[in-house]
Design a protein around this ligand. Structure first.
Ligand code: CTP
Length: 210
């Protein structure tokens, strides 16, 4: 199958030298891309800035902002059998990025932020994608109810839920522990293990559902 995967953080410019971003390392998405390629699938990886190398055999598109990721997904989604949205997309960006470096003067500085494009939320409603759709939910409380709600609102076939309040898993770490949330309220826990092994299980699971 042809698989689109988003990964890593986005960067939302404040001025030419500063940005808003988050701690995403991209490891989960890159592990998924490597696992899918190893399983014989054709993979397109749309990635924000990360330090890890691209898996071999995978088509990589580099983006920086949520807007660029939205445009890349819209362009490349047609023809894909499945799409996995593991990127940690910034939910807000500075309403106006300064064209020159902001100099310090006042003791406080207020940034006005505006919502970014909800990429996963546009896949069914705006892009008309009919393939298998997988989202991630990083939550600090009420993990399963929040993930089930996301599954329904965004028209996903699967939400991979992880509790980011636990140290040593999830954001910026090599291990993860997730719960697969499926339509009908079904859940499948995947115990703590390396992101590589979670990725192998996820790709097997997705392949079995298509
Ligand atoms: N996502 C996306 N575009 C965004 C934000 C998120 O595609 N602008 C995707 C992520 O890649 C992930 C899922 O949406 O697959 C999780 O999004 P999240 O921000 O947690 O969901 P929301 O419904 O916006 O809920 P919350 O109120 O928790 O932010």
């Amino acid at each position: 199958m042809r698989l689109l995967i988003t990964a890593g953080p986005t960067r939302e410019p404040i001025d030419p030298v500063r940005f808003l971003s988050n701690r995403s390392s991209g490891r989960m998405g890159y592990a998924l891309a490597a696992a899918a390629h190893a399983a014989g699938h054709e993979v397109l990886l749309i990635s924000g800035p990360v330090v890890i190398p691209a898996p071999s055999g995978v088509q990589l598109i580099r983006i920086e902002t949520a807007r660029e990721m939205y445009d890349a997904v819209r362009t490349h989604l047609p023809g894909c059998t499945a799409a996995i949205f593991s990127a940690a997309v910034a939910d807000y960006r500075p309403a106006q990025a300064a064209t020159q470096k902001i100099k310090k003067s006042a003791t406080t500085l207020t940034l006005e932020l505006e919502r970014t494009e909800d990429i996963l939320g546009s896949v069914r409603s705006t892009f008309g994608f009919t393939g298998f759709l997988v989202g991630f939910a990083a939550e600090t409380e009420n993990l399963i109810p929040h993930a089930q709600d996301k599954l329904q609102r965004k028209g996903c076939d699967l939400i991979v839920a992880n509790d980011v309040s636990q140290s040593g898993i999830g954001f910026d770490s090599t291990e993860n522990e997730v719960t697969l949330c499926l339509p009908g309220g079904h859940t499948i826990p995947l115990p703590r293990q390396s992101k590589t092994s979670i990725a192998d299980e996820l790709i097997q699971f997705i392949s079995s559902r298509i």
